[in-house]
Design a protein around this ligand. Sequence first.
Ligand SMILES: Cc1cc2nc3c(=O)[nH]c(=O)nc-3n(C[C@H](O)[C@H](O)[C@H](O)COP(=O)(O)OP(=O)(O)OC[C@H]3O[C@@H](n4cnc5c(N)ncnc54)[C@H](O)[C@@H]3O)c2cc1C
Ligand SMILES: *[C@@H]1O[C@H](CO)[C@@H](O)[C@H](O)[C@H]1NC(C)=O
Ligand SMILES: *[C@@H]1O[C@H](CO)[C@@H](O)[C@H](O)[C@H]1NC(C)=O
Ligand SMILES: *[C@@H]1O[C@H](CO)[C@@H](O)[C@H](O)[C@H]1NC(C)=O
Ligand SMILES: *[C@@H]1O[C@H](CO)[C@@H](O)[C@H](O)[C@H]1NC(C)=O
Ligand SMILES: *[C@@H]1O[C@H](CO)[C@@H](O)[C@H](O)[C@H]1NC(C)=O
Ligand SMILES: *[C@@H]1O[C@H](CO)[C@@H](O)[C@H](O)[C@H]1NC(C)=O
Ligand SMILES: *[C@@H]1O[C@H](CO)[C@@H](O)[C@H](O)[C@H]1NC(C)=O
Length: 569
Amino acid sequence: MKIVPLLLGFSAVLGTCLQTVYGAASPQEWKRLGESLQGRLHPAIPLSAPCFSVVNGRNVQRSESACREVQQGYTKPDFRFTAASARMNPQWETCMSTSEGCLLDSLNPNNSAAWAGRDCKQGSVPPYFIEVNDPRDVQKAFEFAKKTGTYLSIKASGHDYKGRSSMPGSLSLWTAKLRSMSYSKTFTPEGGNKAYAAVTIGAGAITEDIYKFADENNVTFIGGYAQTISASGGWVQGGGHSVLSPVYGLGVDRVLQFKIVTPDGEYRTANQFKNQDLYWALRGGGGGTFGVVLESTMSVEPAMSIRVASISVPSNTENAQRFLSLTINETYKWNQEGWGGHMTSVSLINVNPRLTLKEARESVKTITDFALANNGTSVVEDLPSWQAFFQKYVLSAQAVVGQPIILGTRLMPTELLKNDSGKNQVLNFIYTALTKYRTEPYIILGAPTLYNYTEGTTSVTPAWRTASFQLGGSVKYPWNSTVSDIKRIYREVTERVQLSRVIAPNSGAYTNEGDLYEPDHEKAFWGDNYPKLLKIKKKYDPEGLLDCWHCVGSRGPTDPRFSCYLTLL
Ligand SMILES: Cc1cc2nc3c(=O)[nH]c(=O)nc-3n(C[C@H](O)[C@H](O)[C@H](O)COP(=O)(O)OP(=O)(O)OC[C@H]3O[C@@H](n4cnc5c(N)ncnc54)[C@H](O)[C@@H]3O)c2cc1C
Ligand SMILES: *[C@@H]1O[C@H](CO)[C@@H](O)[C@H](O)[C@H]1NC(C)=O
Ligand SMILES: *[C@@H]1O[C@H](CO)[C@@H](O)[C@H](O)[C@H]1NC(C)=O
Ligand SMILES: *[C@@H]1O[C@H](CO)[C@@H](O)[C@H](O)[C@H]1NC(C)=O
Ligand SMILES: *[C@@H]1O[C@H](CO)[C@@H](O)[C@H](O)[C@H]1NC(C)=O
Ligand SMILES: *[C@@H]1O[C@H](CO)[C@@H](O)[C@H](O)[C@H]1NC(C)=O
Ligand SMILES: *[C@@H]1O[C@H](CO)[C@@H](O)[C@H](O)[C@H]1NC(C)=O
Ligand SMILES: *[C@@H]1O[C@H](CO)[C@@H](O)[C@H](O)[C@H]1NC(C)=O
């Protein structure tokens, strides 16, 4: 594959910017592609470029006002969502292996040390993107890639923890503008005859909009714990957990139909009746692999009230040990009762759509009593809807974005919680994570513990079906960390996750939230489903036009597409 530095002939704004693109497309071919897309092909420079006076080696005029806008939005998910070149976890805007990038100081975006005397480099930000409007746009991109060897990548919200919506030198298919939503009480998948209450959402529609829309239609959408996740994108294609999943299933369990352009150029409907193999693969095989999804249809539940338990104690070692031993001891019972939620070493926010308020209070009484006796707080309440819960608890306390963060988790089998020796193994792992690795546990009750799953209908690792919860933790690191610091942190995360593999050797991990360096990742993310997924990948994408890190059928880490990922050894 040759690398062609390309002069952007068709861009008025960046007419003189030299960008590096993989592939052999001539400037004329780029120009023709741009013309055929009627202004929807754009060059991209990194989000923070306006703050710099040197961009990709060229002197430019710094823009005070545009820079201020970036500074103000730097850690806000809604701002990052609107920018084609932004990612929620900004290390994926950089080339980690060469330390080239264009970041601001996450803790103080006003800090001029980030740009003074520095060159803003393209990093892993794709130098071109297509603002996808319809299936034709995607078909043109596949044709172009096939003909010229240009690398492709797909980005919706840019939430990915593993950098799979970035790729240096690629043409990015940006689906964020496809934000349509519609509701039908009687949606019938094409070719079928059974009707479902369902919402059909464009590939760019984000959770906060979908929740509001569902609420307005008096139904409940089962989705993730953040405001700007694109539910039809990587979230559902990789699995999609919600704190309501214990009762209502994963995203993959609820999706009824996809509309997708596959790399062979066909615009297809994939459901239980049409392209069944593709439908199955899209239910867990991962984003960025089988084609570009334009929309999906997901079943919804009736409007419901929700019981919430929000309990915390002051953070100190003794409290953490006692809080954890109490909560891990209760988790098996909570699984049986339909609780979902997130827990740390000193807090939890759990929800339950099934118990009455009285039953809910009783169910968490041990923890409430402990918290109240130790200067903690406990609120157990009844909220009228998911939307009310989302507004009150998720928007106020969602994960930080705009700061480099590394996540690593594993699915913990219910079996482990059935006796004291298993519970102690879990607790010992968490204490080790806290003390040796200074990592807060991230305990997600999002496995579909009560959901009546029909065997074989999805391609996520079967470990999801026997799991009680997802266990791991995340580490943030400073914007200006050196390559060797970042490598050390990734190594520590991998080492820590390894300790959780040891206590659950036959389990697996969630592809969207697993270790970036998961050994034997095919088995961990897909288990026995992998060989069939690989066959389906080869059927719909025989030339490998789509590829991403640890994705089904990937060429692997040594391919130039992955040159910005760190090699840990
Ligand atoms: C703050 C935060 C909170 C999160 N909370 C949850 C949670 O509650 N539950 C949960 O399950 N996960 C959660 N996640 C993980 C989330 O599921 C993944 O980050 C997921 O990859 C996001 O999908 P996306 O399309 O929005 O992101 P992107 O980064 O845009 O894309 C992710 C992957 O999907 C591909 N992709 C995107 N759009 C398409 C498309 N239209 N067609 C084909 N491929 C596509 C991309 O190429 C990439 O490989 C969270 C992540 C963050 C950062
Ligand atoms: C950054 O500067 C802006 C405008 O000058 C100001 O409003 C904001 O509070 C500053 N932020 C920080 C973190 O200092
Ligand atoms: C909303 O849905 C609930 C649950 O199905 C139902 O009881 C209620 O009557 C509906 N409200 C309206 C205004 O339609
Ligand atoms: C653990 O939970 C069980 C019920 O789920 C309870 O009977 C037992 O007393 C608890 N053990 C501790 C140490 O709290
Ligand atoms: C609670 O806080 C008070 C005041 O800070 C302190 O005196 C007391 O020891 C604390 N009690 C416990 C159980 O932590
Ligand atoms: C506890 O359960 C595990 C299965 O998770 C089993 O292998 C082990 O023998 C059990 N231990 C005891 C002491 O019952
Ligand atoms: C699963 O099926 C059983 C038996 O039909 C039913 O009692 C139970 O409520 C179902 N569970 C869920 C979460 O729907
Ligand atoms: C990173 O930036 C911080 C804040 O500006 C500074 O204190 C620190 O010395 C820098 N570290 C490195 C490795 O440059």
